[in-house]
Design a protein around this ligand. Structure first.
Ligand code: DGJ
Length: 724
């Protein structure tokens, strides 16, 4: 059984694939954390609860002499009654106090996980709902825990309930508290910027609070909604890693607190800087889900747990394991400057190369000759495309390719018909100028009529044209955080309501057009988060398409997200580095691959290389879609980058190794593989090697690079019986 309640010790055990999580209800009625880690039997774990009653400790209200709430490891920390660690919730009651003592009030074990009302979440698994309640105000928190028999993650979230007969205002409503014994950890997070997404940062946990956050109304390029605690000695393949990934796309915060009493508290969810939420009597507030991945096989184990969980239980079901299109995208080749003959020549140039989808990027609609105008007007620009989109689509289809189109549904330019007729649709505070970002404003997704307008405009194009693929972009951060559709005291609900509005749009447009493959995008990878993946099985990883930079961007992204989620294209060399076409193809093949260049400028040899690369990609695509990733060399710390992807049955694998700079000493560097079956015999045809998995993993192999900088090799590893 995945979830067990031991009545004698009042302990809950949650047992997933290789992972256990336990807490108990103590004598005070407090849900006290006991354990999260590798699978354990159901022993009485209460001996681990060590009460250190310092003379400065505050006892619970009215219970002098009892242990302080601060001395318990919380499942959900609350404030104002003696616990000074980061609380998960701050309800402001009718009297203006922010007190709640959330104690046990019952539980349920559900065989079917209830879906969340307005937000994406993991499906499947077995779910425990723990009811906590404040005895005075009847304010409640329902804690949801879901455990899976096919992946080492626990999904958690909290639902807050106003049980009083007067309104309550939530000043903070995080999704969880998690207590981890000890304080000797490092905090790992993914920071970055436009064109430099998801770099890895690892810093010692201090005493005090470390926060990873976004206040941008989007999950952001600058900080991904992810944080991990790792032991100082943890490497890619050894040691503990405890990852927290928030299924959310708006402003967020995740915190790790090294407490003075020696344990570490992790908490977070919706960003509470500039947040409040009014709950009428009887109303509930759902918080976004958080996915906790545990590994004692290093960062690699943590990543594989996230990848499996997201692929099996979160990412767009229809598309997650479907073969992806190999696209040629117009953006880097044409920007806003194109017409029908130019695009037809573009399409003609790739016929027969294996590229199967042409994507027309920005610039096809409204008055859109640069980025200062036209956004919001989803009407074909017939000055550029005489006769509309149909002649182009017919041409694309006649050549055997599919047709894709770019939208940026959530935005508007001041110079647009939409803004001229509905200026109030753009977020902004009356009497104040609005901030520009890429010369554009953000539409107020918190308003139903704005969302209805967007759905109608986008659907009109999708329903009147045979469109197979859509790239959905989002090119600036949110500012002003105010809506004319809401009363003044409820304006700090904006950032979260924006997320709910976004999910409503995605449901109606993405799920409403199941014939279309949707790709997410946000000025590169600015909204690369688990919630977006529930709709978009692939997301444009970065506007930086230089293969050298991409090794780091894709490496960092893979800490949390599977290869199949990363959209990766071959482009020209943007920084003047001379990187071979083959290498660019190898790096772009480590995801949903495609091309982002002008094919009419490619030589015959390069077009042949495109054909070779697409054939090779189709042969290994199942590995990209469903393989287990082993990162063998880290481009942040060394001269090489290597991803090794192994099929779940360990019959096939793909090795990609990239060497940045030639080593004039010509040192021979071996590379040990990982994740193979030790007893199986494998061949590596490109190297003429036949050896057991054990040998390949312990002795390794020697990649043979051409003597040039920025070169890669790609080898297939096949079990002998699989070759028959
Ligand atoms: C940003 C995206 O990341 C690019 O790929 C491209 O679609 C541009 N927007 C178009 O404006």
């Amino acid at each position: 059984m995945a979830i067990t309640y031991e009545p004698n010790t009042r302990t809950f055990f949650l047992d997933g694939a290789g992972v256990s999580y336990a807490f108990h209800i103590n004598d005070a009625g407090y849900a006290e954390h006991l354990y999260w880690g590798a699978s354990i039997p159901h022993d009485d774990l209460r001996y681990t609860c060590c009460r250190q009653q310092a003379c400065w400790h505050i006892t619970p209200p009215g219970r002098d002499g009892e242990p302080s709430y601060q001395s318990y490891a919380p499942e959900l920390a609350f404030f104002g009654t003696g616990d000074y660690r980061e609380p998960a919730v701050l309800p402001e009651n009718a009297a203006g106090d922010r007190l709640c003592e959330l104690l046990y009030a019952g539980h349920e074990i559900l065989p079917l996980k209830p879906a969340m009302a307005g937000m994406p979440s993991m499906d499947g698994g077995e779910t425990l709902v723990l009811h906590l309640r404040d005895g005075i105000t009847c304010f409640g928190a329902d804690l949801y825990y879901t455990v899976y028999d096919d992946c080492a993650v626990i999904a958690r979230r909290a639902v807050y309930r106003n049980g009083a007969d007067a309104p309550v205002t939530l000043r903070r409503a995080y999704s969880f508290s998690l207590s981890v014994p000890g304080r000797d950890y490092e905090v790992l997070s993914l920071y970055g910027d436009w064109a430099a997404e998801r770099r890895i940062q690892r810093t010692p946990l201090p005493r005090g609070v470390v926060a990873v956050d976004s206040k941008r109304g989007m999950s952001s390029h600058t900080m991904n909604p992810f944080l991990a605690l790792v032991s100082p000695e943890t490497t890619e393949s050894i040691g503990e890693a405890m990852g927290v990934s928030l299924v959310y796309s708006s402003s967020f915060v995740l915190k790790a607190e090294g407490t003075t009493s020696g344990e570490t508290l992790v908490t977070g969810g919706i960003q509470d800087m500039d947040f409040s939420w009014e709950l009428a009597p009887g109303e509930v507030f759902e918080t976004p889900e958080v996915v906790l991945a545990y590994s004692n096989t290093g960062l690699g184990g943590m990543s594989r747990a996230f990848h499996r969980a997201f692929r099996e239980h979160l990412i767009n079901k229809r598309q997650v394991k479907a073969r992806r299109p190999i696209v040629i995208n117009s953006w880097e080749a044409t920007y806003f400057s194109f017409d029908l003959p130019k695009l037809k020549a573009f399409v003609d140039a790739v016929v027969g190369t294996g590229i199967d989808t042409f994507v027309l990027d920005d610039g096809w609609f409204g008055k859109r000759d640069d980025d200062t105008s036209g956004l919001g007007d989803w009407v074909v620009n017939t000055n550029k495309l005489e006769g509309g989109l149909i002649p182009l689509i017919n041409h694309v289809h006649s050549k055997g390719l599919k047709f894709g189109l770019w939208f940026e549904p959530e935005m508007v330019n001041e110079d647009s018909d939409l803004f001229r007729s509905h200026p109030d649709y753009a977020i902004g505070v009356p009497g104040r100028s609005r901030c520009y970002g890429r010369h554009q404003y953000v539409l107020d997704l918190t308003r139903q009529e704005v969302r209805d307008h967007i759905v109608e405009a986008v659907n009109h194009i999708l329903h009147t044209h045979p469109i197979d693929y859509v790239k959905w972009d989002f090119n600036r951060t949110v500012t002003e955080f105010w809506s004319c559709g809401r009363e003044p005291r409820r304006q700090a609900e904006f950032a979260h309501r924006f997320a709910l509005g976004l999910y409503d749009l995605c449901r109606r447009i993405v799920e409403g057009n199941p014939q279309v493959v949707f790709e997410g995008c946000s000025g590169g990878g600015g909204r690369f988060d688990p919630a977006m993946l529930a709709y978009f099985a692939q997301i444009w990883t970065s506007d930086d398409v230089d293969a050298e930079e991409r090794t780091r961007i894709q490496y960092g992204t893979s800490l949390v997200y599977p290869l199949s989620a990363m959209s990766c294209h071959v482009s020209a060399c943007p920084y003047g580095r001379s990187i071979s076409f083959e290498t660019r193809g190898h790096i772009a093949a480590l995801g949903a691959t495609g091309y982002e260049l002008d094919p009419t400028h490619l030589s015959t040899k390069e077009l042949e290389q495109v054909s070779n690369l697409t054939v090779a990609y189709r042969e290994v695509q199942e590995l990209i879609l469903d393989g287990d990733l082993y990162r063998l060399a880290d481009p942040f710390t060394g001269n090489r980058f290597s991803f090794f992807v192994v099929s779940p049955d360990k019959e096939r694998a793909l090795l990609t190794v990239y060497r940045r700079l030639v080593d004039p000493l010509h040192q021979v560097e071996r590379l040990c593989l990982a994740g193979l079956a030790p007893d199986k015999i494998y061949t590596i045809p490109e190297l003429g090697i036949q050896a057991t998995g054990a040998t390949l993993m312990r002795v390794g192999l020697i990649p043979v690079f051409p003597t040039e900088d920025f070169r890669s090799v790609q080898y297939t590893v096949v079990a002998i019986d699989a070759t028959k």
